[in-house]
Design a protein around this ligand. Sequence first.
Ligand SMILES: Cc1cc2nc3c(=O)[nH]c(=O)nc-3n(C[C@H](O)[C@H](O)[C@H](O)COP(=O)(O)OP(=O)(O)OC[C@H]3O[C@@H](n4cnc5c(N)ncnc54)[C@H](O)[C@@H]3O)c2cc1C
Length: 347
Amino acid sequence: MKQLDYIIVGSGIAGIAFCENLEANSRHYVVFDSGEQTATGVAGGVVNPMVLKRLNPIWKASQFINKAKPFFEGLQNKLNTQIVKDQLLLRIFATAEQQNDWVVASDSPAMEQFLQPEIIHNTNTNINAPLGYGAVRNTFRIDTPLLLQAYRKYLYNSGKLISEEFNHNELKETNDGFVYRDLNTRHVIFAEGSLVLKNPWFTLDCIIPKKGEYLLVRSTELKCEATLKGPYFMIPTEDDLYMVGATFAHGDFSYDKTVKGRQTLEKAIQKMVKCPYEIVDQICGMRPTVKDRRPLLGSLNTNGIYFLNGLGTRGLLMAPLLSQWLFQLIENNTPLPPEVDIRRFDD
Ligand SMILES: Cc1cc2nc3c(=O)[nH]c(=O)nc-3n(C[C@H](O)[C@H](O)[C@H](O)COP(=O)(O)OP(=O)(O)OC[C@H]3O[C@@H](n4cnc5c(N)ncnc54)[C@H](O)[C@@H]3O)c2cc1C
């Protein structure tokens, strides 16, 4: 029997961020990942603490962003892979009212950290933004396919990655932990994203997967280096390629590409872009969202079994701090903020 401190199920951003806590504290662990569906792999990668529609920072925005930036920079150094892109995030003003709201909001001291007050004029004739842009401060982008590839290689090389599906029915509770095949562990962390719904240890009904679709578009003329937020995000990735999206499809739990998604996003591109482009792909994924739109951390009825889930639309921003909160709960008994504690749904 191999003796471990932790088994992690899932190596999306939740699993990766938790592993980094284990590494920093020299814990023994392995990670299971079936490489099946991952929200992290299809995410636009925008790390953004603002709700741009309402010009509000998200809950605990400063704490999340102040943890996320050094976390990803540290990971970039450790993996020796360029995963952090310092890309401007510009909101296109569709109306004079939106422009005015931006100026008013950015005047408040609480917003200084997030909104640049000056209106930026558009100089790119291929982009439709006659009223200019507002720039969001403290944002950046993560190349998520590259992050997953590099991190899984790192885990594999250190003998910690088990590239197969974790079969929940084979996990048995013992007097001092759990046994899974030839592994003995004190703790199990389920970081399974939307697939947690297949997990028999997860007994709640508060996770609602939210499908999102992107179009991948090529345009040699567009020459835009910033991420633009118009009706949807338009995110430059590499070599004249842009991700446009992502949609929010309520009640569609399939991974099928939809005509509706494509049409909605094509309309958005036509609003934002004035030069020729070609659609090269359509991508979709499931955001693990929670009924009350807060993450889901901690333990239900079985000591030693923990969930790190509900990262919703901002997993990249939130995972570094959430994983630290969960680690501190397990190892030091530090209480979680009640807003994210999974027990809020367990009555
Ligand atoms: C279209 C789209 C765009 C998005 N854009 C952004 C964005 O720009 N910025 C942002 O911050 N967030 C974005 N998000 C949200 C973000 O992707 C998620 O919040 C985050 O990736 C969730 O990470 P996770 O680790 O919880 O889940 P996942 O990334 O889904 O990882 C779960 C992993 O667990 C594995 N797994 C599950 N069950 C098992 C099992 N039994 N055995 C083995 N392996 C298992 C899966 O294969 C998967 O690899 C987007 C999401 C979508 C869908």
